[in-house]
Design a protein around this ligand. Structure first.
Ligand SMILES: [Fe+2]
Length: 341
């Protein structure tokens, strides 16, 4: 009988069938990676959503079998392939966000997204469907205006669903981390051991009571399992890294990180995408970094920029080293376990 590790290597969809390469901004545009929901798809999605209400299901009760339907299966098989084997992100267009309530939209979004994985908690409050809109007094990235630095989330698939755009700006920007790794290999291979070891990561107040506010072990920036490359970075400056480590970085480490950031931020690598209402983006988070540009809000708070967010963990999960389960949750899931306090 096969052990779970053998199943990983033989049957896990995440593993490359062909050698995967990173991409530059000039290689990628929005339309070729965008899939339009047809009227037939929408009829099915709405029917399945209505059934979840008739059955009295809560959002957390909605499972893949509730949205299992042959026509959807066919559509989602191709999007799963695009996410895992191609450039690492895909957009689905056409969710009817202006004609249904937010609760209905959340049901449709969670149901459709179940083809990519199960939603996991995004904070110690246990939120499975995050809401990105500006809230006074909340400093988290999704709840304040201003640009965000390029980073990765603690999850294998990140998704956003646009309900409303800002008056201007607010584009999502993406960079192929695999390309960053390839460039470092070619131009500064002497820095690679520093990135293979990585640095301790600040847990941003989401740690358990029995944890420090930094990971106990360094989190590698570049790592590999069964030949599958994963990249994870969530710092915006050398100074923040030094602070996170709680000690002094060596000159070579500072140089290496400064160089890494210069590659990540280069215009040749970064694409920006404006999500329109009804569009959902799915990002292969350990292969593609993301951020958001600054934006101008409407004067009417009812029309503020508003996106839903999911963190999705597939079954079987992406093969990766243990340190990439950043929060080392007791549940064994990715994301951030809910804490009862
Ligand atoms: Fe993020």
């Amino acid at each position: 009988m096969l052990g779970s590790e053998a199943v990983d290597t033989l049957e896990n969809e995440w593993l490359n069938k062909v050698e995967k390469k990173g991409w530059s901004a000039a290689d990628v545009t929005k339309e070729p990676v965008t899939i339009q929901l047809s009227d037939e798809h929408l009829i099915i999605i709405i029917e399945l959503m209505e059934k979840t209400k008739q059955k009295g299901l809560r959002l957390e009760d909605i499972k893949p079998h509730h949205f299992h339907e042959p026509l959807l299966e066919e559509l989602m098989r191709s999007t799963r392939y695009a996410l895992k084997e191609k450039i690492g992100f895909v957009i689905i267009r056409g969710l009817p966000v202006s004609t249904f309530s937010i609760d209905d939209i959340k049901r449709m979004y969670v149901g459709l997204s179940s083809y990519f994985g199960q939603p996991v908690s995004q904070s110690r409050f246990g939120d499975l469907v995050g809401e990105n809109f500006v809230r006074a007094g909340d400093g988290r990235g999704g709840h304040r205006a201003g640009p965000l630095p390029l980073h990765n989330d603690p999850i294998e698939v990140l998704s956003l669903c646009c309900i409303r755009k800002a008056v201007s700006g607010g584009e999502n920007t993406l960079v192929s981390s695999l390309k960053v790794w390839e460039i470092i290999e070619k131009t500064r291979p002497n820095y690679l051991p520093i990135f293979y070891r990585g640095f301790r990561v600040h847990l941003a107040g989401e740690q358990r009571p029995d944890q420090e506010d930094f990971t106990s072990e360094p989190v590698p920036i570049f790592s590999e399992k069964y030949g599958l490359r994963s990249c994870w970075m969530n710092v915006s400056s050398v100074e923040l890294l030094a602070k996170a480590r709680g000690d002094v970085m060596t000159d070579v480490e500072r140089e290496a990180v400064r160089y890494l950031l210069s590659v990540i931020r280069s215009e040749e690598l970064c694409i920006s995408i404006q999500l329109e209402p009804g569009e959902m983006i799915y990002i292969n988070n350990f292969e593609v970094m993301h951020s958001r540009l600054d934006f101008t809000e409407s004067t009417d708070p009812e029309n503020f920029r508003y996106l839903l967010r999911l963190w999705l963990q597939d079954t079987p999960s992406r093969p990766m080293i243990d340190q990439l389960n950043i929060h080392q949750n007791k549940s064994g899931l990715q994301g951030i376990d809910m804490q009862l306090d």
